[in-house]
Design a protein around this ligand. Structure first.
Ligand SMILES: C[S@@+](CC[C@H](N)C(=O)[O-])C[C@H]1O[C@@H](n2cnc3c(N)ncnc32)[C@H](O)[C@@H]1O
Length: 241
């Protein structure tokens, strides 16, 4: 991708999330009929309990960071996003739950403001496909993870069975933008979210890219016929690697 395209995509993603921040959680529940909550719970269930320092990249309104903050009360969690409006919602939600172990940070996934080997675990949920350079994001995550640390990447994908894939594509391409238009008057933004799934890598391509970025023991788990995928990996160089 050229630098200009890269900048355009970053700006576009930023504008979309600034605009939809106030209705992001509400619309996610409607569009997925609440199923995204189950996927996210499963990601949180997988986090190693001994992780003391955790980073959630592209934290949005904080679903993953808040879930981890509630489960791992003695861990320090940092949650980063480039949309100040998404962060504002996240902070409000964390404060309402009186969570003191999460620090929200305004920053870019393409240039993480942390030193090498800082975190035991890094997560990114439904975020990497919205960034303009997947490889750069993965290598930044690898850089800030401690050797032997765990990485979790959850992302939307299209199902493998052809009929279900066609039905889901119709739902995302046609019905979701209409829902966006009728419910929150944001049709273009909800069309873009579908386009970003369409333009994203296949599960296999993402697996290959994660491995290329020096993660080992890469595994993947799919949900709902493959409409969502959780990739897990380990940063090499720890015990036994
Ligand atoms: C679809 S939301 C996901 C939010 C949350 N992680 C979840 O699972 O619900 C994607 C988030 O990624 C953020 N984002 C996209 N590109 C980014 C970048 N380059 N740097 C930091 N945040 C970014 C957006 O602002 C948005 O909040």
């Amino acid at each position: 991708m050229s630098i200009e395209n890269d900048k355009d995509q970053k700006k576009r993603a930023h504008n979309v999330f600034q605009k939809i921040s106030y209705c992001y959680d509400f619309m996610n529940d409607i569009i997925t009929l609440g199923v995204h909550r189950l996927w996210k719970k499963d990601l949180i269930r997988n986090i190693p309990v001994e992780s003391k320092k955790i980073l959630d990249v592209c934290c949005g309104t904080g679903d993953i960071a808040i879930g981890m903050g509630r489960k791992l009360k003695t861990s320090q969690i940092k949650a980063l996003d480039f949309s100040d409006r998404m962060l504002k919602v996240a902070k409000k939600r964390a404060n309402a739950k009186n969570l003191k172990n999460i620090k929200f940070i305004h920053g870019s996934a393409l240039s993480l403001p942390f030193k090498e080997n800082s975190f035991d675990t890094v997560t990114i949920s439904l975020g990497i496909r919205n960034t303009s350079d997947y490889k750069k994001v993965l290598s930044e995550i690898n850089r800030v993870l401690k050797p032997g640390g765990s990485f979790f990447c959850m992302e939307a994908s299209y199902p493998d069975p052809l009929l279900i894939r066609k039905i889901l594509k119709f739902y995302c391409r046609v019905l979701v933008p209409i829902m966006g238009k009728i419910i929150v008057k944001l049709q273009t933004e909800y069309r873009w979210l579908d386009e970003s799934v369409e333009a994203f890598l296949s599960k296999e391509e993402l697996t290959a890219l994660i491995k290329e970025t020096k993660f080992t023991d890469v595994t993947l788990k799919t949900y709902l016929f493959g409409s969502c995928t959780l990739h897990c990996g380990i940063k090499g160089g720890g015990d036994g690697n």
